[in-house]
Design a protein around this ligand. Structure first.
Ligand code: MLT
Length: 267
């Protein structure tokens, strides 16, 4: 499915009925990373999106920011006549959710923040983004896949699931350099959201893979401590893409969270 959103064509997938559950993917992937979460459509309305710069969506040369992606999501919600939704954002998807909540808290029924963090990039982190953008420009998306795959999946998955590794590689290689560089700039510019966490008043579920090195359990714990009433779940044997590494456990956590939210109606 496609929609014209904020001057670009955005690809998305919408199926199932009930509480809308909107999934925002990680860098530098696309909505296919949620393939194993589609089973939740037997209980909820599942919406996945190729964010601006990814997959089948347009990847303009200009302009990327997390606020811009949050605006894209809000306009897509209007397009789909969704007043309020629960959200699942993993890593960069979580950064976008924090931006979304800052702007449109009244559209949020609940937040599941997976394998993400509230802190801004350090100076070294920003420098690394710049170098990765140069690598993307000079060598193309497959060089980005080489760098990212060991950060995304657990060593056991990389050793024993070549099919999955190939799937993740294809997602990364399917992106355009403009989108990859745009994301890197957007992430480098994000603010420190730690002071903002205590203002989050909707139900919140924090999820993290125990082996996540990119956004480790200590980052998740910080969010769970600062967001009033937040729950936290650590997924054993999962790395950064905890939903891909351990989909059944991930789905149980998100399913239970969304069930609690849908029992109160109001969406
Ligand atoms: C992601 O998975 O979205 C990225 O690792 C996030 C980041 O680079 O900060």
């Amino acid at each position: 499915m496609r929609a014209e959103i904020n001057g670009i064509s955005l690809a998305y997938y919408d199926h199932g009925t009930g509480l809308p559950l909107i999934f925002l993917h990680a860098f530098p992937l696309n909505q296919m990373m949620w393939a194993e979460q589609q089973v939740l459509a037997s209980r909820f309305r599942i919406i996945t999106i190729d964010l601006r710069g990814h997959g089948e969506s347009d990847a303009p040369l200009w302009h990327y920011s997390l606020d811009q992606s949050a605006d894209d999501v809000r306009v897509l919600m209007d397009h789909l006549s969704i007043r309020k939704a629960a959200f699942v954002g993993l890593s960069m998807g979580g950064y976008i959710l924090l931006a979304f909540y800052r702007k449109f808290a009244d559209r949020v029924k609940g937040l599941a923040l997976a394998d993400t963090r509230a802190q801004a990039d350090t100076a070294e982190g920003k420098e690394a983004r710049f170098h990765m953008a140069q690598t993307a420009y000079q060598k193309g998306p497959s060089a980005i896949a080489d760098i990212m795959i060991p950060k995304l999946l657990s060593p056991a998955t990389i050793r024993t699931r070549p099919d999955l590794v190939q799937r993740v590689r294809r997602m990364i290689e399917g992106n355009q350099v403009s989108g990859i560089a745009g994301d890197l700039m957007a992430m480098a510019q994000r603010p420190n959201s730690v002071p903002f966490l205590k203002e989050i008043s909707c139900p919140t579920q924090i999820i993290v893979g125990e082996l996540d090195l990119a956004t480790p359990p200590s980052d998740a714990k910080l969010m769970a401590e600062q967001i009033p009433g937040a729950r936290m779940a650590v997924i054993p044997k999962a790395a950064h893409l905890s939903n891909v590494d351990q989909p059944n456990v991930f789905n149980q956590i998100v399913g239970a969270f969304a069930s609690d939210l849908s029992s109160s109606g109001d969406y």
